[in-house]
Design a protein around this ligand. Structure first.
Ligand code: HSE
Length: 310
């Protein structure tokens, strides 16, 4: 298929770890969505024309979108290049997969511009080249759902299994603060006690089982993290205030989203998720903390085309 002249694509924000699955579990949100415009150029290679909505480097090798796009171009071995215009809606350092949305939209966008027949699984390692620029690690728990949508479990061999998502209504809150993933990974221990590993394994097993049996409540009640969250709570602004408000308003469970500072709270119906959002907002207003709240189900939509021009 002949390459297109230009294309606009989008990729969703994501919640990684989901408390029970550090580095291996993540889900796609309905909003916010990152938008990326790609224009084919005669000159080979990647150029970054502009980044709207965030102050990020325009040098390709320091930019998540740039590196992911470059990896796909190299894999396709084409003679043309691509110019990127990034519209950040998923804010860097927010904990809802900003770098993954950039990496996934760039990898998916270059493949779509080329008309290449690459599956999301094919694109995953190239998107991870981009993710690595931001977090210093190749964890796919944000990138997989940003590419594929839904609720994704990433195996140790990199295989991605899409789990049947529980019928959850999520309230995601972003207190206005920035936590770099690399910084939040640096506080984690290099080894964990066997008893903690066993407990976490059993909880993840219970969660996966409940996804398959369709038990949304028990899936929520399985959410507890003894490996990473206890070490990261001291980094999280207002986490206890938010948790108190969320659980008091009817959320059944929740935790840090990715490496924070966002957190996510699980309700079993939309009205409760609304109440949870209002209760969190009231508590954060009282504390004088700026914040954003997003209400969302688990979205089946990963990276996708918004418009194109042959
Ligand atoms: N699994 C990663 C971490 C996600 O927690 O460091 C970062 O968003």
């Amino acid at each position: 298929m002949a390459p297109l002249k230009q294309i606009t694509v989008a990729a969703p924000a994501t919640v990684a770890n989901l408390t029970v699955g550090f580095d291996c579990l993540g889900l796609a949100l309905e909003r916010p969505m990152e938008r990326l415009e790609l224009r084919r150029t005669r000159e080979p290679g990647v150029t970054l024309a502009a980044i709207h909505g965030a102050d990020l480097p325009l040098e390709v090798e320091r930019n998540v979108s740039g590196v992911a796009a470059r990896s796909v171009l190299r894999a396709l071995d084409v003679e043309w290049g691509v110019e990127l215009t990034v519209h950040k809606a998923v804010l860097p350092g927010s904990g809802i997969g900003s770098s993954a949305a950039s990496a996934a939209s760039a990898a998916f966008g270059v493949a779509a511009l080329a008309g290449a027949n690459l599956s999301p699984e094919d694109l995953l390692p190239m998107a991870l080249d981009g993710e690595q620029v931001a977090s210093g690690a190749r964890h796919a728990d944000n990138v997989a759902p940003a590419l594929l949508g839904g609720l994704c479990l990433v195996g140790p061999d990199g295989r991605v299994d899409r789990l049947p998502p529980p019928d959850w209504h999520l309230t995601v809150v972003h207190p206005e603060a920035v936590i770099e993933t690399a910084e939040a990974r640096a506080v984690l221990p290099g080894a964990v006690p066997l008893t903690d590993a066993l407990q976490q394994m059993a909880r993840l097993g219970r969660f996966v089982h409940c996804c398959h049996s369709g038990d949304a409540l028990d899936a929520a009640l399985a959410l507890e993290d003894v490996l990473a969250e206890p070490h990261r709570i001291p980094l999280q602004p207002y986490f206890k205030t938010i948790g108190h408000a969320a659980l008091g308003a009817g959320a059944r469970a929740g935790g840090i989203s990715g490496s924070g500072p966002s957190s996510y709270w699980v309700s079993l119906d939309r009205r409760t998720a609304d109440d949870v959002g209002r209760a969190i907002s009231a508590a954060l207003h009282q504390a004088g903390a700026g914040h954003q709240v997003h209400l969302s189900s688990i979205s089946t939509r990963g990276a996708h085309v918004l418009s194109n021009d042959a």
